[in-house]
Design a protein around this ligand. Structure first.
Ligand code: ADP
Ligand code: ADP
Ligand code: ZN
Length: 215
C-alpha cells in the first residue's frame, strides 16, 4: 500500500498518518518531520531547512526531493509507505512520479484532508509537540494529562517555531498557490479522496479506513 496524505497545514495530516502507520505497520515518510529531526541532530540540511520553515516558506524542491529519494531507496519502503506533506509543489509531484516509475510502482491513494481556515488557525495555535517523541497534542482536543508533559514519554511539550500567526498565514498562502494545484493532478489520475477533517479524530480516521479497506 502506497498512500499520500495531503491537506493544508493544521488539517490533521500528522495525527491521521500516525494512526494509519500504526494500524497498517507502514513506514511513515514526513518531510516536515525529517527536516525537524535533521535540525535537532545539528545536521547542516536541517539547519538550512529551519531558516525557511520558521518563516513558513517551503524548503527548496532540490533538497526536499533528495531527502525523499534517499528515504524511498531504503528497503522498508519497497512495498509500502505513507507520505505525509510531500509532494507540495508541481515539481515535487513530477519528481515523485519519476522515483516511483524507477521503483516500478505507483500511488494507490491520495487523501486530501479538508478544513476551514478558522479551524486551521485555531489548531496550529493550540498545537503542542513532544520534544522527545514528536507526539502531537492540542490544548483543547488532545489534552496532555499533565500540563506541558508528554503522556507517552514524559518529554517536554513545546510550540513549533512555525506555529506563529505570521508563519501560519504564509503557509496557508503557499498552500493555496503551490500545493492546491496538485489536487487536480491526482484527481485526473483517479486516486484522490476528499476527507472531512473537521470531525472528531476517530471519525476522520474511520473515513480514511473505509477507503483503505477497498483499495
Ligand atoms: P498537520 O500535520 O496537518 O499540520 P496535525 O495532525 O499536527 O496537522 O494537527 C494540528 C493540530 O490539530 C494538532 O494540535 C492536533 O492535535 C489537532 N487536531 C488534528 N486533528 C484534529 C481533529 N480531528 N479534531 C481536533 N483537533 C485535531
Ligand atoms: P504543516 O503541514 O503543519 O505545515 P509539516 O511538518 O508538514 O507541517 O511541514 C512543516 C514545514 O516543513 C513546512 O511549512 C515547510 O517549511 C517544510 N516542508 C515540509 N514538507 C515540505 C515539502 N514537501 N516541500 C518543501 N518544504 C516542506
Ligand atoms: Zn513524548
Amino acid at each position: 500500500m502506497k498512500i499520500l496524505m495531503m491537506g493544508p497545514p493544521g488539517a490533521g495530516k500528522g495525527s491521521q498518518s500516525a494512526k494509519v502507520v500504526d494500524h497498517y505497520d507502514l513506514p511513515s515518510i514526513s518531510t516536515g518531520q525529517m527536516f525537524r529531526d535533521a535540525y535537532k541532530n545539528g545536521d547542516p540540511i536541517g539547519i538550512e531547512a529551519m531558516k525557511y520553515i520558521k518563516k513558513g516558506e517551503l524548503v527548496s524542491d532540490d533538497i526536499t526531493n533528495e531527502i525523499v529519494r534517499l528515504r524511498l531507496s531504503k528497503n522498508d519502503a519497497e512495498n509500502s509507505f505513507l507520505l505525509d506533506g510531500f509532494p507540495r509543489t508541481v515539481a515535487q509531484a513530477a519528481a515523485l512520479d519519476g522515483m516511483l516509475t524507477k521503483m516500478g510502482t505507483k500511488l494507490d491513494a491520495v487523501f486530501n484532508i479538508l478544513s476551514s481556515n478558522d479551524v486551521l488557525f485555531e489548531r496550529m495555535e493550540q498545537r503542542r509537540v513532544c520534544r522527545s517523541c514528536d507526539t502531537t497534542y492540542h490544548l483543547k482536543f488532545k489534552i496532555p494529562k499533565e500540563c506541558g508533559v508528554c503522556d507517552k514519554c514524559g518529554g517536554e511539550l513545546y510550540q513549533r517555531p512555525d506555529d506563529t500567526l505570521e508563519s501560519v498565514k504564509r503557509r496557508l498562502e503557499i498552500y493555496e498557490t503551490k500545493t492546491r494545484p496538485l489536487l487536480d493532478y491526482y484527481d485526473k489520475k483517479g486516486i484522490l479522496y476528499h476527507i472531512n477533517g473537521m470531525q472528531p479524530f476517530d471519525n476522520v480516521y474511520n473515513d480514511i479506513e473505509l477507503v483503505i479497506r477497498d483499495l
